[in-house]
Design a binder for this molecule. Structure first.
Ligand SMILES: [Zn+2]
Length: 299
């Protein structure tokens, strides 16, 4: 892994609404590397500024990120797919209330675990920026199915996908407005875009300020429920639904959590997970107790 990281020039406009009314918000000193975030006074979007250079960004997503060896990742997803299935199946069940079949594109598909599950119902495709994870997914599904690259250099045609998923991906993208616009073009009419990212209007984010653990060097973009819903509407999506905390119930989460369990004592963590889940149900307007949200936008 690269030891030194470099930053680009400081941005002078909001990457989401393009306003020039941006101000310094926090120095994220706990991060490796430390970085600063700015906030837009018009839409409240928070973003890393200056952003990491492309080269430093690529260095974040080396093999260590995907095998769980890097500081800022969680685990090797390939080893826990049997547990992740619970969440993937639950999410697909909810998606299929609105769209039953067609082409599904997973943006940031990693090793393709979700796509494997989704292939029971949909013809699946993926985009993955990491050469390491993308190559693995290509071996699994084929080079025509998985594009190793980004939303800005893919070979897919407009109006191709009845479902596009971006699960914990949008926060990694430095030009989110353009990325969401590209998703709009790729969606079929009546197609569904599913976005999971943090809601920075959540009390958790507000109280923890610069110490909030979601501030990570791989995360450029920090939304609120309001500005994300407004942005997709501005781009052209006609209907927006927000699920808090996520678009499925508590049980799949509990079942997935067993992937880390080593003894019977670990079941105590179910209390914490359940508490978080039910706390997340408490929200009014833009206010919510936690930051977890999933946005469904229909074209
Ligand atoms: Zn803005």
């Amino acid at each position: 892994m690269k030891e030194t990281f470099e930053f680009d020039c400081r941005l002078d406009t909001c990457p989401l609404c393009k306003s020039k009314q941006i101000v310094f918000l926090y120095a994220i000193v706990h991060a490796k590397p430390p970085f600063t975030v700015y906030q837009c006074n018009v839409c409240n979007f928070i973003f890393m500024n200056p952003p990491l250079t492309k080269e430093s960004e690529i260095a974040l997503y080396d093999e260590g990120y995907y095998t769980g060896e890097a500081d800022y990742t969680y685990y090797d997803e390939r080893k826990v797919e049997q547990y992740s299935q619970y969440v993937w199946n639950a999410r697909l069940k909810n998606i299929r209330k609105y769209v039953q079949s067609g082409n599904l594109l997973d943006v940031g598909c990693s090793f393709g675990g979700f796509l494997q599950t989704a292939s029971k119902y949909f013809t699946v495709y993926g985009i993955e920026p990491s050469a390491y994870a993308g190559k693995y997914a290509q071996q699994r599904f084929g080079n025509d199915v998985i594009h190793t690259g980004t939303l800005f250099d893919h070979p897919f045609k407009e109006n191709s996908f009845s479902v596009i998923t971006m699960i914990e991906v949008l926060e990694h993208i430095r030009n989110p407005y353009e990325a969401l616009t590209e998703c709009y073009h790729l969606c079929t009419n009546n197609g569904l875009l599913v976005i999971q990212t943090a809601n920075m209007d959540g009390l958790q984010a507000k109280l923890q300020k610069h110490k909030y653990g979601y501030f990570l060097p791989g995360h450029f973009s920090y939304f609120t429920k309001k500005n994300l819903a407004e942005t997709v509407t501005k781009i052209g999506f006609r209907k927006v639904m927000v699920f808090q905390p996520v678009d499925f119930g508590l049980l799949p989460k509990l079942l997935k959590s067993r992937m880390n369990f080593k003894s019977i004592n670990d079941y105590k963590s179910w209390l914490r997970i359940a508490r978080y889940h039910y706390m997340s149900k408490i929200h009014m307007g833009n206010f919510s107790l936690t930051s977890s949200m999933v946005v469904y936008a229909f074209k």
